[in-house]
Design a protein around this ligand. Sequence first.
Ligand SMILES: Cc1ncc(COP(=O)(O)O)c(C=O)c1O
Length: 554
Amino acid sequence: MGRFNSIWYRLDVIADNPNYPIDLDEEWPLPAGRWLRFGPTSKCWHTIAHRLQFSKRNTALRLANVSRETMLIESLPIGTKQLNVEARRWILRKIYDLASEYFSLTLQGKVRSSLLLIDAFLPEPKSVSLSPIKENLHLGGVCMALVNEHYLKLKAGYLFPEISRRIQAFTDADPGVEIIRLGIGDVTQPLPPAVIDSFHQAVSEMGKPETFRGYGPEQGYQFLIDLILANDYEARSVHLESDEIFVSDGSKCDSGNIQEIFAVDNIIAVADPAYPVYVDTNVMAGRTGKADAQGRYHGLYYMPCTEANEFLPELPDRKVDIIYLCFPNNPTGVVAKPQVLKAWVDYALENQATILFDGAYEAYITEEHIPHSIYEIPGAKECAIEFRSFSKTAGFTGTRCAYTVVPKGLVAQTASGEPVSINQLWNRRHTTKFNGVSYPVQVAAASVYSDAGKAQVRQLIRYYMENAGIIRETLTAAGFTVYGGVNAPYIWMKTSSGMSSWEFFDQLLAEAHVVGTPGSGFGPSGEGYFRLSAFGSREKTEEAVERIRNRISP
Ligand SMILES: Cc1ncc(COP(=O)(O)O)c(C=O)c1O
């Protein structure tokens, strides 16, 4: 009996089955009880394995491992038993069909508890039905490394590089114009003096043998964690423990990386529009199909946030597993009242879902009775992870310090139903892939909680929020429809009479020389909107809104 040799083959198979008319690229995740077909793009066994793993949790079977000689099919002991059997039979039949049609394989199947091991003795392939993919996979007889093809589903560029490209093209054509940027959500004011003093002092400590520090605890120094617990939580009657706080170098990384510890077949709910990191990291991880023309990825559960629902995502009409929430919201600037957050916590507890709560703009809440932390809602410690950042609070966008709260009461489960502590899993991930925030940065972050630090930070936030007020009021008076800017440093404005977000971007750039962020960059429901940020200097903010008022009609 021959063996499959080392060349990779393109396996062009369409195993159409009228009972299972699903094309994975079109419909994902698979509805329960229906199965996939291999499309003409199935390149090799590796790809087939990958595709079978797309099966939704309750579809109960996945191809766990495929070498060129062995296929290991793992039956997951959850979901309906009936479905497991049917699924197993169907997949097996497909594999037998494929194997015999294309490779004249001899398959030997053995059932061992929930594992079905198939030893495939692979002969030389028939030349007619298989074509070696020399041109793109094969180099000098050796297979090239395969890329993570999920990255190729990502829409062309991340929003901000596209904005930079358009600004560059505009300034290349007209170098003399002074452009005011109210686009990217970066701060402009320097670090508060208390922060700078502490930073200097800690840097000096690093220069003396007796106070030098090397690696610190990956989870953060205790002095900073204690201050976080006391000021950000105890002060709001939320009791958390030290080992529930994970200090990090940013909420972008944490809110992007957190999905890694959850299974790929979870159903993810995202607000639309949303901070792009939530969607893109799930695309990269393979939790979605391709994006449609509006940029909606198959397989994600979108929660449109529109004028009709006051930009508040509505509770899903079905079970989802992971929910991204961001309050105060980027980009819409809305906040969630206690009853809104309570409804989310209740939904999550009832549906055993996990909420990923991004509170990066918490410090901008000005109105009373708005929760600053999701843990102010009873039950949230059993269903929510919270991200906080010093970036927008204290001007740390370039200094990098944030933290993530993963309560020990938060539990998820394995496919076979075993409970797993999310805190332990995140700790494992964090300690393996992260080596801690530098000592001077943590000392600088700690100073944000000193009396002087608190006063200076309050002043900084007041400054930006006054900008927000100026943008809001000037544009409203000029006839624009404007949201946000009261509890958040973002103003969410409607574009002029039916313009698309990018058309409005181009008009604003060309005529007012002001840069904002097109709403469609945050999701399909952001189309027709535009985000202005309050992080500019006072002078530039005033100048920008004057230009918009004088040169752009609502
Ligand atoms: C909603 C949201 N979360 C997180 C971040 C990133 O924060 P950090 O600077 O801590 O990475 C941003 C930055 O713009 C944001 O808008």
